[in-house]
Write a protein that binds this ligand. Sequence first.
Ligand SMILES: Nc1ncnc2c1ncn2[C@@H]1O[C@H](COP(=O)(O)OP(=O)(O)OP(=O)(O)O)[C@@H](O)[C@H]1O
Ligand SMILES: [Mg+2]
Length: 169
Amino acid sequence: MSKKLRVLKPNEIKVKKEIKEKPSASSSLNKMTLIVDAHHHNEAFVRSTVAAFCVPLNPSIEEINDIKTAVSEAVTNCAVHGYEGRGGEIRVECVIDTASNFVHITVSDRGIGIDNIDEAIQPLFTTKPHFERSGMGFTVMQSFMDKLEVKSEKGKGTTIELFKSIANL
Ligand SMILES: Nc1ncnc2c1ncn2[C@@H]1O[C@H](COP(=O)(O)OP(=O)(O)OP(=O)(O)O)[C@@H](O)[C@H]1O
Ligand SMILES: [Mg+2]
C-alpha cells in the first residue's frame, strides 16, 4: 500500500522549526548514548569517549581515571560474561549535570544475565576463575564511583549504573 504524502502548510513548518531550535544549551543536563559491538577494541573507545564527555564537569585527572576504570570494568563484563566472548551489543548512556557536577553512566548488555547479584558483587567472586578473572570488577566500580546499581534478569541481560559527583575545584 502506498503512503500518501501531504505537503506541510507554512504554519506547520514554523512549529517544527521552533521545536528544532529549542536549545538544550540553557539546560545544565547533557546526554550521550553509545552502542558498540562487544569487541575488545571498543573498550578503550568507550572509556575514552565517556571521559571526554565528562570534561565540562572539570574533573581532576584522578576523577577521570576513576571513571575510565569503572567504565572499563563494566564494558569488559558485558563482553566477557554477558556475551561470553560471542559478541553482541553494548549500550552506554552518559548523563552529566553541570549544575550539580554529577555524572550518571549506564552500561547494559542483552546477554545471559546474572544468577545472584548479591553474590556477584562480592570481592573475589568470579564465575570464570580459569580465565584469569580475579572477581574484583564490581569492587573496583564500587570504590571508584560514589554509587553502583546492578539490575539483571537471567537470559535477558544486565544493566550497571554508575554515579559520581565531581568536585570541580
Ligand atoms: N554483564 C554481566 N553479565 C553476566 N554476568 C556478569 C556480568 N558482569 C558480571 N557478571 C558476573 O559477576 C561476576 C563478578 O564480576 P566482577 O567484574 O566483579 O569479576 P570478574 O569479571 O569475574 O573478574 P575481574 O573483573 O576481576 O576480571 C562475574 O564473574 C560474572 O559471573
Ligand atoms: Mg569483571
